[in-house]
Design a protein around this ligand. Structure first.
Ligand SMILES: [Zn+2]
Ligand SMILES: [Zn+2]
Length: 96
């Protein structure tokens, strides 16, 4: 690996997850989201992760609403089919 971005001569042990800068053991900032070179990078990554999560949530809720819409249509079709069957049954019984 290359030298630390902040200290020339010191070998890098990790890379910033956000900007990709090589970092030595004293420069790396370890967070629950990964290793970063600075608080700004950690913040940017956090915002990015939150945004991604929101997009995923929106996708999930969209998928859910789409499925409930299909379920509604199926219910209407089943209901109409039952009505039609009853109608046919009544016609066959009484109108002859
Ligand atoms: Zn960085
Ligand atoms: Zn360093």
């Amino acid at each position: 690996m290359a030298d630390c971005f902040f200290h020339t001569g010191r070998p890098a042990v990790a890379r910033c997850k956000q900007c990709g800068r090589p970092l030595c053991s004293s420069c790396r900032k370890i967070t629950d989201l990964g290793i970063f070179c600075s608080d700004e990078c950690a913040q940017t990554a956090k915002i990015h992760a939150e945004r991604m999560q929101k997009i995923e949530e929106q996708k999930a809720s969209y998928r859910g609403s789409k499925w409930s819409g299909i379920a509604k249509v199926i219910k209407i079709i089943v209901f109409l089919a039952i009505l039609f069957a009853i109608y046919k049954f009544v016609i066959a019984r009484f109108i002859r």
